[in-house]
Design a protein around this ligand. Structure first.
Ligand SMILES: [Zn+2]
Length: 171
């Protein structure tokens, strides 16, 4: 999905990019400009500003209710019926929203910490800003939480809940 996030939602924007969505984010942009940009490019505006959603031209928007990052991500996914797809993760640069490309492990050696080089196998690079990306542990943990939440919330995958009940009943 294509989004345009307001100035207050930089972290949410980054996470939606990690999940594979196309998200525009500028730390400094005027409300009117953000709304016009979103309309021109067919993007949903993400905002926590009530005044912004009252604008007549801000038709396609999600008013983010929570301050909590996990709740914010869940709200966006829920309201647009989006699922977390593992094949879409980590495909974009969190800095400039460009699609990243696989990078040979040997080519990034000088650019990542030695521990990361030793323990990670897959790296990608942004063609625009040249940054190198890999799956950091804290990112993986957050994703596990989100994937677990998706399993619990989505009715078409009831298996984990049934298993939990079975485990409890055999105690
Ligand atoms: Zn980049």
């Amino acid at each position: 999905m294509k989004f345009a996030a307001d100035c207050m939602l930089g972290t949410l924007a980054k996470w939606l990019i990690i999940l594979g969505h196309d998200v525009l984010y500028y730390p400094r942009i005027e409300d009117g400009e953000l709304v016009r940009l979103a309309r021109r490019q067919g993007r949903t505006v993400l905002t926590c500003d009530r005044r912004l959603v009252q604008r007549r031209d801000a038709r396609d928007h999600i008013l983010i209710r929570s301050q909590d990052l996990r709740a914010q991500i869940r709200q966006v996914l829920e309201e647009r019926g989006l699922r977390i797809r593992k094949d879409r993760l980590f495909k974009r640069c969190i800095q400039c929203n460009r699609r990243t490309r696989p990078a040979a492990r040997t080519s990034i050696r000088a650019e990542v910490p030695p521990y990361v080089y030793r323990t990670r196998r897959r790296f990608t690079r942004c063609p625009l800003c040249r940054r190198v990306f890999w799956r950091a542990t804290h990112v993986s943990r957050m994703l596990e939480d989100l994937v677990e939440w998706g399993r619990r919330e989505l009715p078409q995958t009831p298996a984990p809940r049934t298993q939990a009940r079975l485990r409890r009943s055999t105690k």
